[in-house]
Unconditional design. Structure first.
Length: 130
């Protein structure tokens, strides 16, 4: 079972009905498959596209799903975008987002961690996804 956010319950149900229960499965779906999943099942195609982007960051860069979600909120939708990001600028932006979502309850993202993510994204650009 994919650990999707609570607001994605319709998408989760639709993905499970289709046998998609792992990030790797979701990351590999093409646009047509997402369109099919979104039609007639109550799931939003737009939300499924976002979830696929999250899944690809999880699988291609090795991020935790919540880290990938935070990157999506920061405007980083794929490995290439992360690889090209300015670490300092992204760190500031993500710090603001993280504080707005979690307050001070969660430790702030470290710049060194973000640099590791960027390095992992850059390493992965030389390899094919398939």
């Amino acid at each position: 079972m994919l650990p999707l956010p609570r607001h994605c319950h319709r998408e989760q149900r639709r993905l499970e009905q289709a046998g998609i229960v792992a990030w790797e499965h979701l990351a590999g779906l093409d646009d047509r498959a997402l369109r099919d999943l979104g039609s007639g099942g109550g799931a939003s195609e737009k939300q499924l596209i976002k979830l696929r982007a999250q899944a690809r960051l999880v699988c291609e860069v090795g991020l935790h799903p919540s880290e990938a979600a935070l990157l999506l909120y920061a405007g980083i939708a794929d490995r290439r975008g992360l690889a090209q990001a300015d670490p300092q600028r992204l760190w500031v932006q993500m710090g603001r987002l993280q504080r707005s979502f979690t307050g001070m309850a969660v430790p702030a993202l470290e710049l060194s961690t973000l640099r590791q993510w960027i390095a992992a994204a850059r390493e992965g650009l030389g390899r094919s996804r398939n």
